[in-house]
Write a protein that binds this ligand. Structure first.
Ligand code: FAD
Ligand code: FES
Length: 367
């Protein structure tokens, strides 16, 4: 298996808004990096205490059609370690260590298809949606895209100018509806005031005459917005398999629920009465077998990293699936399961960054 790590050169930085910028990368040999629209890069940066390497996931805002360039768009998080480091210190010409693109929030363009794609996002959630949007417009000439994009006001819109250009270039195929919670200018066409909630979304889908049950939906933004969008789509009878979502942040409610019932949430096997105590686990990764102890205070990933076992990971929050493995035996409790679909859970997939062994025979195969 080839190494999941790459070194990329920063070739351009575009300021998108006062608190967001796009960082464009290329490999030194200018060879394309394999990726799918909607995937994310993991940036590995020496910005932790004492130069410790920190990892964060950033969705690609570029599409494979822009190869050899790749781009991520970073929004500043108040007090955040990596977003501030990236926006304040990274410069053109710098080399960054990254983990190759990963993620299942993707769309595979198929030129023969004529479909309706609806993208619903807010704030920095636009990034994977932009990647998908550009891929569909370029590579599926008969497909239509509707983007519903929520922001505080006109100045917080990331990619505002690019979206206007794309609407002109792909007239009739791309529709953009902005929703502003605190607009600073008067109302205009295709702009809505208020929260991007189920009522707003239902109104827009009706106005735009979207064939709701047949369209494919991609949601990315704060948990509340995605829950509202999902509720609207359920009201319209959209089958669950047509709705895809990506979370950048673990839902506070989910984390609280997990903390409240540490043995009852997200267990891979149901009816489990195991307890989180110190146990051994076995991990198979890249042809090697690792056996080690996991204490109740550690996740399986943390225990591995403490022993310098170099497992793949990115968000460390159960969101991105970079650390996904298949549980071949035993039972594992997951603190968070946002990144896994119901089908993956049924097949025994686990996320070791939020996983704790519940039995003494846990064997997980990663990769
Ligand atoms: C799959 C995936 C894709 C992502 N893609 C992008 C992207 O395209 N662009 C982008 O800007 N970010 C993206 N993120 C979020 C990114 O990985 C970081 O979490 C974010 O930049 C904050 O990191 P930090 O080190 O600055 O903050 P930290 O030091 O990790 O956190 C500081 C505080 O901010 C909170 N926080 C963390 N992230 C957010 C957030 N996004 N919004 C509000 N509060 C937050 C934390 O809970 C914490 O309380 C993505 C995350 C995932 C899992
Ligand atoms: S590292 Fe992201 S889900 Fe585990």
């Amino acid at each position: 298996m080839s190494s999941p790590y790459l070194t990329l050169n920063v070739v351009e930085i575009t300021q998108e808004t006062s608190d967001a910028a796009t960082i464009h990368f290329e490999r030194a040999d200018r060879q394309p990096v394999a990726c799918q629209p909607g995937q994310f890069l993991t940036l590995i940066l020496p910005c932790g205490p004492g130069g410790k390497k920190e990892r964060r996931a950033y969705s690609l805002s570029s599409t494979p059609g822009e190869a050899p360039r790749l781009a991520v768009t970073v929004k500043r998080v108040s007090g955040g370690l990596v977003s501030n480091y990236l926006l304040d210190t990274v410069r053109v010409g710098q080399q960054l260590e990254v983990m190759a693109p990963l993620g299942n929030f993707t769309l595979q363009p198929q030129p023969q298809l004529a479909r309706s794609i609806v993208l619903v996002g807010a704030g920095s959630g636009i990034t994977p949606l932009m990647s998908i949007l550009k891929a569909v417009l370029r590579e599926e000439p008969q497909s239509q895209v509707l983007l519903v994009y929520g922001n505080r006001n006109e100045a917080s819109v990331i990619f505002g100018q690019q979206l206007r250009q794309l609407e002109q270039q792909y007239a009739g195929r791309l529709q953009v509806e902005h929703v502003y919670s605190q607009p600073t200018q008067g109302p205009a066409a295709h702009q809505h005031t208020g929260r991007l909630n189920r009522t707003t979304l239902l109104r827009i889908l009706e106005q735009r005459q979207i064939p709701a049950a047949q369209a494919e939906y991609f949601l990315c933004g704060p948990e509340g917005m995605m829950a509202e969008a999902k509720a609207a789509l359920e009201l319209l009878g959209v089958p669950a398999e047509r709705i895809r979502r990506e979370s950048f942040v673990a839902a506070a409610e989910t984390m609280e629920a997990a903390a409240a019932q540490p043995n009852g949430h997200g267990d891979v096997s149901s009816d489990d009465d195991g307890k989180i105590v110190t146990r051994n686990v076995t991990i198979n990764y890249e042809g090697s077998e690792y056996q080690f102890e996991v204490t109740p205070q550690q996740t399986i990933l943390e225990a591995a990293l403490d022993l310098d076992i170099d497992l793949p990971y990115s968000c460390q929050a159960g969101l991105c699936t970079a650390c996904r493995g298949k549980c071949l035996s035993g039972k594992v409790h997951l603190d968070e399961r946002e990144g896994l679909s119901d089908a993956e859970m049924k097949q025994g997939y686990v996320l070791v960054c939020v996983g704790h062994p519940l039995t003494s025979d846990v064997v997980i195969e990663i990769g």
